[in-house]
Design a protein around this ligand. Sequence first.
Ligand code: ARG
Length: 460
Amino acid sequence: MKSPSRSGVFQAGTDQRLEAFAESISFDRRMYQQDIRGSIAHARMLQSVGLITSDDFQQIQDTLVEIQAELDSGDFPIRMELEDIHMHIEQALIDRIGDVGRKLHTARSRNDQVSTDVRMWIRESLDAIDGMLIDLQKAFLSRCEADLDVILPAYTHLQRAQPVLAPHYWLAYIEKFQRDRERIADCRHRVNQCPLGVAAVAGTTLPIDREQTAHSLGFEGITANSLDTSSDRDFILETAFVLSVIASHLSGWAEEWILWSTVEFNFIKIPQAFCTGSSIMPQKVNPDTLELTRGKSARVMGNLQTLMLLIKNLPLAYNRDLQEDKPPLFDSFDTVAAMLGLAAPIVAGSVLQRDVIASRLEEGYLDATTLMEWLIAKGVPQRKAHHVVGAIVGEAMERKVPLSELPIETMAAHAPEIDASILDVLGTRNAVAAFVSYGSTAPHQVRRQIDRWNGRVGLP
Ligand code: ARG
């Protein structure tokens, strides 16, 4: 069968090697619902401006609905020579209703059609990712009340730094995923502009109503320049970037919990349902889901690079290179969705090893900075207090004791301001209680943030 895009100008058929090389049906068929919705809206517009009759429209709509049902049930034959999903559907329409079907492509090109379809597909997929981010935020939030009494070391340079409440960690991830949600919402506005009607590259001489199709397909507006629109894939780059940041957040979290689940840390137990064993070492319970989350994030970031390189040298406007945008785009969505789907149950179901954490919490001088700030509050200049506390910590290290077990006189020998009231801020529990600033791990601040998120998760 001859491809409908080969006009009378062609005197030879297509080499089969080109067909196999150039097809996109193997991956763009997943946009068939969007393609059919777009075609019905386009046909309705053609009717309302008088380019087709209402009987034409009715036949086109009824047949497209029929074709959709066949695609839904998998009963639709795929033919390589028809290249892509757009031509498959149009050809099926023509096969069934002849010349009426041949009118559908009036004032339309596959260039604006493919952009419309992919924008609709992204819009829906971003909404699905957004819902999964909310579920993950809820999983972190669900831990907050239960873990309120647990103190964890906060690290910088992966060295013990200062003590924080466990929910302070959970809230940190909720914030990151909220920014991801904001990026989705922002990117979605630029995705959600309708290209339909710019046709191939210059627009059309026919009296179409672009506002009508845009409105009926739920777009926020219409694109303003046909040359720009025909070539524009910024919205795909942005989407791939937004997905890469989500992947990066998930990868960092996975890495942290892989460390936390080692014998060396032993802070957390990952649910066994999400771990695997070893074929040779019987004792092993490996955090493969987290490792693959970290590993698969590389693909998502690689897809962003692929897309950047795909687009960077293209002259205006549509170039066939752009067909290559879909495999990396789809892969990024599938990968991030799979990672998010597993992260939520792991977060909700993992168990903090409270006793182990508590038994080692006084190691690493997590309260040293609190001691320094206590001295600053007594009037000691920061640089001096920093130096003095360093010397006090050095002495405690030598004696192999925590700061709270150093004799008061020993500390006072370094800083005469120190008296027995220093014990109020030493030890990790006292140190946590001493925080006051907004956004800190102060228990009342953490409480406030939990309450804020309890009323806010899921809201824009
Ligand atoms: N299969 C093509 C794609 O996905 C459809 C657009 C083809 N347009 C063209 N002028 N050949 O990009």
